[in-house]
Design a protein around this ligand. Sequence first.
Ligand SMILES: Nc1ncnc2c1ncn2[C@@H]1O[C@H](COP(=O)(O)OP(=O)(O)OP(=O)(O)O)[C@@H](O)[C@H]1O
Length: 270
Amino acid sequence: MHDAQTQPTVYHKNSLGGSDIKVEVRDVSVSYGEKQALFNVSLDIPDKSVTAFIGPSGCGKSTFLRCMNRMNDTIDGARVSGSLKIDGAEVNDRAVDPVVLRASVGMVFQKPNPFPKSIYDNVAYGPRIHGLASGRDELDAIVEQSLRKAGLWAEVSDRLQDPGTGLSGGQQQRLVIARAIAVNPEVILMDEPCSALDPIATAKIEDLIDELRENYCIIIVTHSMQQAARVSQMTAFFHMGSLIEVGPTEEIFTNPLESRTQDYITGRFG
Ligand SMILES: Nc1ncnc2c1ncn2[C@@H]1O[C@H](COP(=O)(O)OP(=O)(O)OP(=O)(O)O)[C@@H](O)[C@H]1O
């Protein structure tokens, strides 16, 4: 058995100290009570790009994703240390308001979670509470633009007042993405966004992720190696709470430098 906690991360080119960095992570560790779940993770995440977090169940991918928008603050007994900067600003600074942070670092979960409100109000909710629209026309425009960017407008434009929960699973997931986009996020986090969807809805979300990367920094946790290979430009492999290897997706999948990465991507464990 490897001792994952003491092994240094293997960095491929551009994954530490590269250019156009959006998120700079240094020595981030997370514990839940006595149990440490993440050990000294450091990496740079590029802007306008998709970064995939892969690794076996329980290796800390979701824990690390939650560090990006301080969602671990909401978990009793969770302690986070280290530095995580977005556009050079420290996320863990006490002065940072987590509510404002979570608008700029949007999150999409495994199970689509539209609010029990109309399609329109799901998207308008964030802009309303953050005061992003000065009147109804502006709000209408934000709702339309966000739904268009999420590839949902054509399917819902004639029924904006219908409940969001009445849409199909794939449509609900695109509605949640529209809701995240509506507040002008810097980063979009996706925690296994397709695991509850059928292959057709999955393909639509993957196409959407590919379009969105033109404008956003996207981080996706996925159990699907094929999905990581299809949608991401950079891949980070985690094992037992440590970042084992990180680099351009093509290199991670064709030429991994660590045997554990190789074993995982070829299905030998996990
Ligand atoms: N709220 C929590 N309280 C206590 N321990 C937790 C909590 N959330 C996660 N853990 C523990 O932290 C470790 C990492 O869990 P995490 O969910 O981050 O892994 P993961 O790689 O995302 O797993 P999966 O792929 O199964 O979602 C696990 O040992 C898990 O049991």
